[in-house]
Every structure is written in C-alpha cells, then in structure tokens.
Design a protein around this ligand. Sequence first.
Ligand code: RTP
Length: 158
Amino acid sequence: AGRKGTESERTFIMVKPDGVTRGLVGEIISRFEKRGYKLVAIKSLVPSRQLAEQHYGDLRTRPFFKGLVNYITSGKAPVVAMVWEGRDVIRQSRAMIGATNPLEAVPGTIRHAFSISIGRNVIHGSDSFDSAEKEIGLWFGKPGDLVSWEPVNWNWIM
Ligand code: RTP
C-alpha cells in the first residue's frame, strides 16, 4: 500500500453495486480528488465469486457473508475498484466514508450522505495498512495495474 505514513501511502476503495446503480461514482471520485488524493488505478468489473470471497475472507464466518458475496458478485451492476494515494489516505478515507452502519455515520461522510442500510452502504475502504496491501494486491496485482504519476506543480498543494 505504498509506504505507510508517506505521500505514497495507498488504499483500496470500491464503489459497491448499489453505489454504481445509484450513479454515485462521480460524486465519490470527486470527493477524493478534491481532498487532494491521487487516483493511481481504477476499473469497473463484476467480481468473480473467488475474488469476492478472498476480499471479504475475514468475514467468512459472519452470518451476512454469503449475502454480501452474492450481492457484490450478482452482476446487477459492477463495482468500481480504485486505488488512491496520498498522505494518511488509509485513515482519512475511512473517516470520509463513515461508519459501517450508515445510521451511525457522521453527517458529511459518504455513507451518511447516501445510505440508510448497512447491507447497501455504497462504498468499501481498506481498514488498515495490512488490509490495504492485501486488497490492492488482490484487485490490482498485475505489473502495470498501478500508475504512479506526478501532476505538474503538485508539491505546492501539499
Ligand atoms: P467495508 O469493509 O465494506 O469497508 O465495511 P466495514 O469495514 O465498514 O465493515 P465490515 O465489518 O468489514 O463489513 C463489510 C461489509 O459487510 C456488510 N455488512 N453487513 N448485515 C449486516 O449486519 C452487515 N454487517 C456488515 C457491510 O456492507 C459492510 O460494509
């Protein structure tokens, strides 16, 4: 996930099928861009069952696991998988996303603004450096999947 605690820290963000269906992809990308984060990978796909189960592997024993995997892989809409880069991006993106249960999310967060259902909470973001590493590798594991770039005059913003 880049280097922890540096400008190159990276996290995995996914707009879930409910977010895609509802036309929230642009809004979500916009929030990360405007905050100052840098998009280094993006793709739209219907994840395979294997990918979804690996992604949510830690939740395998939870009662909602099967429903969650079914939903993510249903193909009713794709997910939009992304990698965002920048200072403290793992922790900051969790704050921007808000609590897992949108009814507990703080106003101003993505989940508060756009959801009232824990099973349809619009977006996923890695919850630690270790899960960011794992998830980025899982979704963007091929050489060239991540594009590092420096906008002209980026430094004066940071
Ligand atoms: P995420 O991984 O998607 O960012 O969500 P999270 O860390 O905030 O929450 P986590 O506990 O890892 O759960 C992953 C996703 O499973 C769904 N969920 N459903 N029906 C339920 O009680 C329930 N609990 C969790 C949510 O969509 C959650 O984002």
